[in-house]
Design a protein around this ligand. Structure first.
Ligand SMILES: CCCCC/C=C\C/C=C\C/C=C\C/C=C\CCCC(=O)SCCNC(=O)CCNC(=O)[C@H](O)C(C)(C)COP(=O)(O)OP(=O)(O)OC[C@H]1O[C@@H](n2cnc3c(N)ncnc32)[C@H](O)[C@@H]1OP(=O)(O)O
Length: 209
């Protein structure tokens, strides 16, 4: 069988196991562990809150200005390092890893835990929309013509399960002047949970300088 996956470079930043990426991975564990613990934990949460506030105080005391950081984060890999879906520098990113395929589409896999819950045991519909908006945007970049989301239409076919491997796909289907048409899916165990149709408008905002 032919391997259709090719180099992921340019679609998803590769996380480093050191520096801010490692700290962000630890923060994701904290977010998950707090929700997992809830009020049922024997842990002294007042003490946990003090420790976490001490970490935040330390980070804030040494951070650049927001303006400096905004310029810095748009250098190089730009959105792929800080975005809320794939970014290794963003603790709210699950993160989803996206791969370009040689048929022009893209694909990624992710397992979502409790922080992303909507209905009992299932992924929040807004989280599915976030994953698909971003994936369709990256599919456009992969296809060579990208833009801003104008209209995103979702159909939720069946509940999307937590704690299971989800496959997220995106494909640019056509370009008509400035209008870019893109589709995507979230599947679990081969079953389609969500489908998306996006109309993107070819427009790029300037990067902060
Ligand atoms: C996008 C970021 C790129 C960053 C690149 C960096 C690194 C790349 C590497 C990898 C990553 C790649 C991608 C990034 C991943 C994810 C992307 C996330 C996407 C977003 O998260 S993005 C935020 C949400 N998004 C907005 O915040 C848009 C707010 N909005 C506006 O900024 C304007 O509203 C705009 C620009 C949409 C249009 O404004 P405009 O003035 O340029 O266009 P205009 O009005 O002239 O319309 C021209 C023709 O489009 C039709 N049209 C217009 N608007 C439409 C709509 N909404 N729906 C359907 N059709 C529409 C008209 O009907 C007309 O059609 P006709 O010509 O037939 O009359």
């Amino acid at each position: 069988m032919t391997e259709t996956r090719i180099d992921r470079t340019g679609l998803t930043a590769t996380p480093n196991n050191e520096g801010v990426d490692a700290a962000v991975a630890a923060a994701r564990r904290v977010i998950d562990a707090l929700l997992h613990s809830g009020d049922m934990s024997a842990v002294e949460m007042t003490q946990v809150a003090e420790q976490l506030n001490a970490v935040a105080d330390h980070l804030e005391a040494h951070a650049p200005t927001v303006g400096e950081r905004m310029v810095d984060m748009w250098r190089g890999e730009g959105v792929t390092r800080h975005d809320p879906v794939t970014g290794p520098e963003n603790a709210i990113a699950p993160p989803l890893r996206l791969y370009g395929r040689d048929d022009g589409s893209i694909e990624g896999e992710v397992v979502l835990g409790m922080p992303y819950q909507g209905p009992p045991g299932c992924v929040h519909g807004g989280v599915s929309a976030l994953l698909l908006d971003h994936t369709l945007g990256v599919a456009n970049a992969w296809a060579g013509t990208s833009g801003m989301t104008g209209t995103l239409t979702l159909r939720y076919h069946r509940p999307t399960p937590l704690f299971e491997r989800l496959t997220v796909t995106g494909r640019q289907t056509s370009v008509d002047g400035r209008k870019i048409y893109t589709t995507g899916t979230i599947t679990a165990g081969g079953q389609v949970c969500v489908t998306a149709e996006g109309l993107f408008i070819d427009k790029q905002l300037d990067r902060p300088r």
